[in-house]
Design a protein around this ligand. Structure first.
Ligand code: AMP
Length: 209
């Protein structure tokens, strides 16, 4: 089952994707994670991508599309995959279509802007194992420390307040048009993201049949 998770930053795509990974046994492919890994490893791609990411801008399509296609071609995607954070622009979606990669469903997670801003501001990440927390909604047992691996949690640079508002603006102008794009193709499943993760996940399961 080849799926796309669509929605603004902070709506809970990463958390929903992790639930889908264990239920459907298909990998989550987060272009944000792949890009952060490239930045960490100081690859050519990472060095080109960093300045866009730090500013909350999108990395140019040409860089992201090649990276995504290489990833989807790997063997672990044979049974399906969950794209988290890709496509982010109409040209990215068109390139996916053109490459013959079939998409079965697009899960669109929906929440009002004020909820998004609140969620993004409180988010904390484990830089080692990738676990995600929220200071209010899902705090770690010990403040500032990852429950799973004991690493000190961080606020990602692109989750700082000045960058958040730019990321939301970029989402509205460049990514939101994808909702119409996939609705026209009859692939869109809209899910209310303002409910506990269990309920969000149930709705996703129901939508996927
Ligand atoms: P994310 O973790 O998905 O919020 O992504 C973090 C950052 O990586 C974004 O703000 C962009 O700068 C970049 N990024 C991730 N996915 C894409 C994409 N599909 N197209 C362009 N830039 C992306």
């Amino acid at each position: 089952m080849n799926t796309i998770l669509l929605g603004p930053p902070g709506v809970g795509k990463g958390t929903a994707a992790k639930r889908m990974v264990s239920a459907y046994e298909i990998p989550q492919i987060s272009t944000g994670d792949l890009l952060r890994e490239a930045v960490k490893n100081q690859t050519e791609l990472g060095m080109q991508a960093k300045k866009y990411m730090d500013a909350g801008e999108l990395v140019p399509d040409a860089l992201v599309i090649g990276m995504l296609k290489d990833r989807v071609a790997r063997e672990d995607c044979a049974k399906g995959f969950i794209l988290d954070g890709f496509p982010r622009t109409i040209p990215q979606a068109e390139s996916l279509d053109a490459s013959g990669i079939r998409i079965d469903a697009v899960i669109s997670l929906v929440a009002p802007e004020e909820v998004i801003v609140e969620r993004l501001g409180g988010r904390r990440d484990c830089p080692k194992c990738g676990a995600i927390y929220h200071v209010k909604n899902s705090p770690p047992k010990k403040e500032g420390i990852c429950d799973q691996c004991g690493t000190a949690l961080i606020t990602r640079d692109d989750q700082k307040p000045e960058v958040i508002s730019n990321r939301l603006k970029v989402y509205r102008t460049q990514t939101e048009p994808l909702i119409g794009y996939y609705r026209k193709k009859n692939l869109l499943k809209e899910i209310n993201a303002v409910q506990p993760i269990e309920a969000v996940f149930k709705d996703i399961q129901r939508a996927l049949g």
